[in-house]
Design a protein around this ligand. Structure first.
Ligand code: MRU
Length: 362
């Protein structure tokens, strides 16, 4: 395997000479290949097929794709893009994956900025330059926010903690330091000696492929388990903490994350193991009162019926493939954000954190 370190400038989404280059996460950990997603159609395919995945990374990728598309529209024509152009490109990207709200948040930010630039009446070259720069700045902002939330997360990690995580909430998923894995990475660097049990995360195996890859590169002790082994470990008192990321958090703290997270939270509750979510504020959806309103993506059932293209069932077998589930707020001990660790009652603590955040940004 080629030795690269994602936190040394190799990000899952990068820009080079105006192009948008993705690490093809479908090929990891066996090969490091790159995917040029500068064209809008290619980016839409890349998000749907999970060349790029993880809520924050999808958001960054979509923001760059939208701004690159608007840039190219401006440079190819004799005028700036219109509001109808902005709406069309946003709608196309937003439709690619329904659960992760970071996608809509990020395209909303680009939409608002493009609208402002159009109103300013600047020339098309200046528009093209400024809109692409705006999305590139969002990428930098992401990194800073991941690091901040990882620092806040240190207070909940006991020394030599045995931690379970689910899916991949590291650099690959966030274009940054990571959220759940960011907390673990920062604890490792502080000398707290965490060791991680990694759920393999069927059906797409983000745990066995991506999280194991990231942890092993960072020299953090990690043990792969099948998704149905967490109860065994908790029952034997071998787990101190569960931390996962999130794809969308409702106003009351109910949190959607990769399928299997809810089962893990129920098990943690039963065994009195603290269950935490780590997520940037762009993952919160204050428009949605409870988790029952979060749209759940259903993916192709071949992901369940096959592994690496090989059938693991019978010809004609039926299968179900919800990609996410919702963990109700009462199972969550705290939500680690760049505005600190939010505690119940979440309706109040989430509102306060979002208000503080928008106050700081204005
Ligand atoms: O289907 P995926 O791989 O995009 O799902 C990713 C997850 O569920 C992650 O846990 C979530 O996006 C949080 S990443 C910080």
């Amino acid at each position: 395997m080629e030795a690269i370190k994602l936190d040394e400038g190799k990000m899952p989404v990068e820009t080079k000479d105006g192009k948008i280059i993705l690490i093809d996460q479908r090929k990891l950990p066996h090969a490091i290949e790159y995917f040029d997603a500068t064209e809008l159609e290619k980016m839409c395919f890349a998000i749907v097929d999970m060349v790029v995945r993880g809520a924050p990374s999808i958001g960054v990728a979509a923001a760059l794709a939208m701004s690159a598309h608007l840039r190219d529209l401006a440079l190819a024509g004799d005028r700036q893009p219109t509001l109808a152009d902005l709406d069309a490109v946003k709608a196309k990207l937003d439709a690619t994956r329904p659960t992760a709200v970071n996608l809509k948040w990020a395209t909303g930010e680009v939409h608002a900025h493009a609208k402002k630039l159009i109103k300013e009446g600047i020339g098309k070259e200046t528009f093209a330059e400024k809109i692409f720069q705006f999305a590139q700045d969002m990428l930098q902002d992401h990194l800073a926010r991941n690091k901040k939330l990882s620092e806040f997360g240190q207070s909940i990690v006991p020394e030599s903690a045995r931690v379970i995580t689910h899916c991949n909430a590291g650099s690959l998923a966030t274009c940054g330091w990571g959220t759940a894995l960011g907390v673990i990475k920062s604890a490792h660097l502080k000398g707290l000696n965490p060791r991680v049990f990694v759920d393999e995360t069927r059906p797409r195996n983000q745990g066995s492929k991506l999280t194991m890859w990231e942890l092993m590169q960072d020299g953090i002790p990690a043990t792969l388990i099948c998704d149905n082994m967490a109860g065994y470990l908790m029952n034997k008192n071998e787990v101190d903490l569960v931390i996962t990321g999130a794809d969308r958090i409702a106003a009351n703290g109910d949190s959607a994350n990769k399928i299997g997270t809810y089962s893990l939270a129920v098990l943690a509750h039963h065994h009195d193991v603290p269950f935490y979510i780590a997520a940037p504020l762009s993952t919160f959806d204050p428009e949605i009162a409870t988790g029952s309103q979060i749209p759940i993506e259903f993916r192709n059932t071949d992901e369940v019926l096959q592994i690496e293209g090989q059938s693991v069932s019978l010809q004609g077998a039926e299968a179900l493939n919800p990609a996410f589930d919702v963990t109700p707020n009462h199972l969550i001990k705290g939500i680690i954000t760049e505005q600190g660790i939010l505690r119940p009652p979440y309706t109040q603590s989430i509102k306060e954190a979002l208000d503080r955040n928008s106050g700081e940004r204005n």
